[in-house]
Design a protein around this ligand. Structure first.
Ligand code: UD1
Length: 429
């Protein structure tokens, strides 16, 4: 397929309302959790993004039937007989390893290709493995595959995570629901997507309490007591935050609907600190700005701290503010690659280890830039909307991984953005 780019005409303002899709990071794990239901689970509000297609393919390879009707996915895992996930899929999407926990829960074994390196740091899976070992899982590596076995069965345990890893918490949760006895997860991740997963597991018959806090308890039930369910995916707080940054950057006001504002508490506090007006309702948030953008300091942390997945978008705001901001990335190594693309648009950023010193320059200039990952890609399109002149964002496959109809939603807010084949775009120059 010909490479596509997004062409953005700058000097523009975003204003209006946009509906937030279901959370990518939730839906991916909900699809994996359906393995435990051994029948047709219905998952609603699933975003139309390429990562979901990959996860659907992961399930199909395991023997499941996955059917989509708009935003509703029916995942029938009754006939699943295979417990192998190939490298071809894991290498496309690291979150494929979230089938590890439910496969172990269901079959007591799994064979999942080891994820390779990742553009945003080493992203190891040691905490997944150590935690699952405590539940009685034995691992070996076989020709690039991680082989999991439970020769003595799966038994509840007290697990203390070194760091509140989202992926490790989810895998442990999905294995523990079918283990014998009680599992306690200490220092668990508290992200809203963990709560969403726990809610689905409970609807399937699992016994989970404490999700959303750092202490999660699971009372294992026999696999035969877990059944398919009908579950609606929670709204995507990162997508919501991205559009709100668009409002903050260009003045807005931008309203996002379909999101619980408590999911974004720290990010909204930062927007206020930067001079924005923030209003919230039960499932909506509005951000506008009449004053100049003020600088602020940000450090990414596990939830409820400032989300690493909004770091690039806020670096963009800092780059356009009046003054100096310091951004500290504590969750991932190498997550500042975005800075060099933003510097191509005139930003003034110095990186020192995991700190970025961002000297605000006011207005950026349109340029050819590349998405280094999905959040960076989304931020570059926003940068183009506010910049002077035209911006052409390349490698937009990253954006399609996580944002449903990003260009279309931005256009509905008044942006002049369009997708074009890279070849046509350069011929037209
Ligand atoms: C998930 C999200 C991602 C988000 C991240 C942090 C999905 C599909 N992705 O990723 O968008 O940015 O949470 O909010 O849900 N680590 C280890 N060993 C482990 C596990 C993690 O060292 O066993 C490290 C990672 O390298 C990383 C940090 O811990 O530096 C956080 O990782 P984790 O919370 O597990 O993130 P993911 O689940 O991969």
């Amino acid at each position: 397929m010909a490479e596509e780019i997004i062409i953005v005409e700058g000097n523009n303002t975003l204003a209006g309302e946009v509906a937030v899709s279901g959370a990518k990071n939730s839906a991916l794990k909900l699809i994996a959790a359906a393995l435990l239901g051994q029948g047709p689970s219905v998952i609603r509000n699933v975003p139309l993004i390429s990562d979901i297609e990959i996860m659907s393919e992961v399930l199909r390879r395991l023997g499941a039937t996955v059917e989509r009707d708009g935003h509703v996915l029916t995942v029938d895992t009754a006939e699943v007989d295979n417990s192998e996930t190939p490298y071809e899929l894991v290498s496309k999407m690291r979150a494929s390893i979230s089938v590890l926990g439910p496969l172990i829960g269901r079959f007591g074994r799994a064979r999942v290709a080891m994820p390779g390196g990742c553009q945003i740091g080493a992203r190891k899976i040691d905490m997944h493995l150590v935690g699952l070992e405590a539940l009685g899982v034995e691992f070996s590596i076989d020709h690039g595959f991680l082989e999991a076995r439970t020769p003595h069965g799966l038994a509840g345990a007290h697990v203390v995570l070194d760091f509140p890893s989202v992926g490790a918490t989810e895998n442990l949760l999905m294995a523990a629901v079918a283990a014998e006895g009680r599992t306690v997860l200490e220092n668990a991740a508290c992200e809203p997507e963990i709560v969403d997963l726990a809610n689905m597991l409970v609807a399937m018959g699992a016994r989970v309490s404490g999700a959303g806090t750092s202490l999660v308890e699971v009372e294992g039930v026999p696999l035969s007591e877990l059944r398919p369910c009908d579950h609606t995916t929670v709204g995507d707080r990162i997508e919501a935050g991205t559009f709100l940054v668009g409002g903050a950057l260009t003045g807005g006001p931008v309203t996002v609907r379909g999101i619980d504002p408590s999911f974004l508490r720290v990010a909204l506090m930062k927007l206020s600190a930067m001079g924005c007006e923030v209003q919230t309702g039960p499932d909506w948030i509005t951000v506008g700005r009449e004053r100049p953008l003020a600088p602020t300091d940000i450090q990414t942390l596990p939830h409820p701290g400032f989300p690493t997945d909004l770091q690039a978008q806020f670096m963009l705001l800092a780059a356009c503010a009046e003054g100096v901001s310091v951004i500290t990335e504590n969750v991932f190594e190498n997550r500042f690659m975005f800075a060099s693309e933003l510097m191509r648009m005139g930003a003034d950023i110095t990186i020192e280890d995991h700190h970025a010193l961002v000297r605000g320059v006011g207005m950026l200039q349109g340029a050819d830039v590349s998405s280094t990952d999905l959040r960076a890609g989304a931020a570059l399109v926003l940068a183009g909307i506010a910049a002077e002149g035209q911006t052409r964002v390349h490698e937009i496959g990253h954006i399609d991984r996580g944002y449903e109809d990003y260009a279309g939603k931005l256009a509905s807010l008044g942006a002049n953005v369009r997708r074009a084949s890279a070849e046509d775009a350069s011929a037209a120059r």
